[in-house]
Design a protein around this ligand. Structure first.
Ligand code: C5P
Length: 230
């Protein structure tokens, strides 16, 4: 399966625009989407519901391996379920993101989610969004992208997103949370956030999503990937 699916990976820190760009690319190419962060968030939610503390590594790994969860993307909408319940909204809270980032530092949890992530790769192709898509999960991807943006810009973007959802948090506290989460993701021992050596790095600080896509199109072309060829 893996051999016949084209794979584009998009890694980067929170607020770098990965989600928007990944969805746009999946739509453009007519490919599947893996929002790997949502899998970590699902594991966090499952662990929280079972009242498993962040210190219990083996129970966390078991939950991540055995959780009854689904993740789908269709018609521009991501849907996640846990034990049959739609948890798409619950996953997006800052609290869930924070706990996800804590359990994502654990080797057992990462191992437990590895095959689940790889199973998303089906023909014609997959756009995989995360922190270690190009380095660990899909090291043989056809095109690897790494999106960055200044930390100020990322906090402003996240603030806007939350405001649109009616969630009121101060820009300052958001900025601090993002900084802490970035530091944890970048400095952890297992699969830290970093660009793969063969990744193309795009700084989206002053770019609109359309401008980012415009930079990616020639890279897809050069990698022999296109809506008509996929
Ligand atoms: O991208 P998102 O904010 O949904 O991810 C939630 C958390 O999951 C991140 O802060 C990160 O710690 C973790 N994560 C990860 N590896 C991935 C995707 C997400 O460690 N591939």
């Amino acid at each position: 399966m893996r051999d016949t699916a084209h794979i584009v990976t998009i890694d980067g820190p929170s607020g770098s625009g990965k989600g928007t760009i990944s969805r746009a690319l999946a739509d453009l190419l007519g490919w599947r989407l893996l929002d790997s962060g949502a899998l970590y968030r699902l594991a966090a939610l499952a662990a929280e519901r079972e009242r498993i503390p962040a210190s219990d590594d083996s129970a966390l790994a078991q939950i991540a391996a055995g959780m009854n969860a689904t993740l789908e993307y269709a018609d521009g909408v991501e849907r996640a379920t846990l034990d049959g319940e739609d948890v798409s909204e619950a996953l997006r809270s800052e609290r869930c993101g924070e706990f996800a980032s804590r359990i994502a530092a654990k080797h057992g949890v990462r191992q437990a989610l590895l095959e689940r992530q790889r199973a998303f790769a089906r023909p014609p192709g997959l756009v995989a969004d995360g922190r270690d898509m190009g380095t660990v999960v899909f090291p043989a991807a056809h095109l690897k992208l790494f999106l960055t943006a200044s930390s100020e810009e990322r906090a402003v973007r996240r603030h806007k997103q939350l405001k649109q959802k009616g969630i009121d948090v101060s820009l300052r506290s958001l900025s601090e949370d993002i900084g802490q989460r970035d530091a944890r993701d970048a400095n952890r021992k297992f699969s830290p956030l970093r660009a793969a050596d063969d990744a193309r790095v795009i700084d989206s600080t002053r770019l609109s999503p359309e401008e980012v896509i415009a930079r990616i199109l020639p890279l897809l072309e050069a990698a022999g990937i296109g809506p008509n060829r996929a």
